[in-house]
Design a binder for this molecule. Structure first.
Ligand code: SF4
Ligand code: SF4
Length: 285
């Protein structure tokens, strides 16, 4: 649809209940004034989504930390899921929070990008959350960071989930995979090859800044999370005139939420309606 706009939103929230050794936001606590600001920013953003009916909007919340432990993310997902011009509302989450709030969401629209963090939660507990999503009919993908120490857990997770659930593997930052390591992770996730090496992107056309944007809590609009130059602001409508085809100005794009928009990769054709929650259209493969 020509009026489709993918919006990645990241407010100031940067706290998390988990303590992953590979994460700078582990066990971080946000002060009350930051949480109040995050809540107010999200409410303003939700009002903008509700009012922007001339676009078909797909929204992915990509908080630095964990959002679903906060009532305002849960309520916003439910609220946005019922809007007719919102095609998708999804969030990246560790699934630690109670999920019953999704029973009041429109499950044609709400979806989750869930990550399993071995060492922070038992596999049994994580799988119980997944079963709850299955029972509620909520779309979700599940993923694991492809660290060598996670391999056995990733295999067990894949084996325990229904084949209808897509399990993705993210290449661990800074880890160089041998061909045999790459092969064994690819056996778990046939799309691991997209993640295993950063994509050379300089000068290549990218949907980001044309039909995808990144929005900060104060409404600053950038083309993606990885290029800091602002394109405008969401709340003064300056973003509208700024959207245009443009080449990438970074050397590399190594994050799934970025390179899915890199035009030569054509990953929008792979994920179609599941682009934001990371579910390939042809899944089960
Ligand atoms: S769950 Fe996510 S945000 Fe929280 S510590 Fe782990 S990686 Fe970081
Ligand atoms: S390729 Fe990646 S870094 Fe470059 S504009 Fe697209 S999303 Fe941003």
């Amino acid at each position: 649809m020509p009026d489709d706009l993918y919006v990645l939103y990241r407010g100031p929230l940067a706290s998390c209940n988990y303590d992953c050794p590979y994460c700078p936001f582990a066990k971080r606590v946000d002060p009350p004034d930051l949480l109040r600001a995050d809540r107010a920013d999200l409410a303003r953003f939700a009002d903008w989504v509700e009012a922007t009916t001339d676009r078909r909007l797909s929204v992915l919340f990509t908080p630095w930390g964990e959002g679903l432990t906060r009532s305002w993310y849960r309520e916003t997902i439910v609220r946005l899921s019922h809007l007719p011009h919102v095609a998708r509302v999804a969030i990246q989450t560790n699934l630690a929070a109670r999920l019953s709030f999704l029973s009041t969401a429109d499950t044609d629209t709400a979806a989750l990008w869930a990550t399993y963090h071995p060492g922070q939660v038992t596999r049994a507990r994580f799988l119980a959350r997944c079963r709850q999503l299955d029972e509620m009919g909520v779309r979700y993908s599940v993923g694991v960071v492809g660290l060598p120490a996670h391999y056995e857990e990733a295999v067990a997770l894949r084996a325990s989930l229904p084949p209808t659930v897509y399990v993705w593997i993210n290449a661990a930052e800074g880890h160089v995979y041998t061909p045999s390591e790459e092969a064994r992770w690819t056996a778990l996730d046939p799309h691991f090859g997209d993640s295993v090496r950063p994509h050379a992107s300089l000068g290549l056309p990218c949907h980001a800044g044309e039909t995808a944007i990144s929005v900060l809590g104060d409404g600053t609009v950038r083309r993606c999370h990885f290029i800091p130059t602002p394109l405008g602001n969401l709340y003064d409508d300056s973003w509208r005139a700024a959207l245009q085809p443009r080449p990438c100005t970074n050397n590399l794009c190594d994050c799934h939420i970025g390179y899915v928009h890199l035009k030569p990769l054509a990953l929008r054709d792979v994920y179609t309606d599941g682009l934001l929650e990371r579910i390939p259209a042809a899944w089960p493969a």
